[in-house]
Design a protein around this ligand. Sequence first.
Ligand SMILES: [Zn+2]
Length: 200
Amino acid sequence: MPSKTKPKTQTKKPNNNIAKTNKKESKEQFDLFVQEVCGPKGLKIVKSIGEGATEEFIEKGTKLKLSEIRNVLNVLNNHGIVEYNREKNMNTGWFTYTWRVNMNRAMQNLLAKKKKECEVLRNQLKNSGDTAVIYKCPKGCATMFFDQAEKSDFNCPSCTAKLKFSDGTRQVKEMETKLYAIEKILSNQADFISSQNKPE
Ligand SMILES: [Zn+2]
């Protein structure tokens, strides 16, 4: 007896979809954060770490100098993006560092950083009235007001691209949207983690 009528309550599979979108969004935000902190080199190094890697392995994967890799890894570590395990070789007495990416901590630090930026911008806008013009790096590294922009000759202090000016109030709205997106990612992540850690 064929029945074409669908049940009124839809079969729900939202968790899967949320997890997928969430993963993609997290990845995008995460990559942006790494670029913001360390530029394209940082991203290259993070990608080569995979599930965990020694500095020598990263060297092979990226063809960058070991000293350069260590510098970038230290900066990434300061931003909570990576962490390491240190093991002593009993024969040589040297330490081997195995690096791992800590996505969850990185996203939390990213959120904190963006919150701060947004707060600063909001305060500056409050003081400058409604004709606030701000200067932005087209690659997204920096956002600043006229005084700061003038000091750096209207070039981005981190990537030297020419700064573009835009409406400050719109910028705050954009930042708030971004904050909301990151907050959503984090809360989804928290749900995901707590569902993974449920006692049996
Ligand atoms: Zn820039």
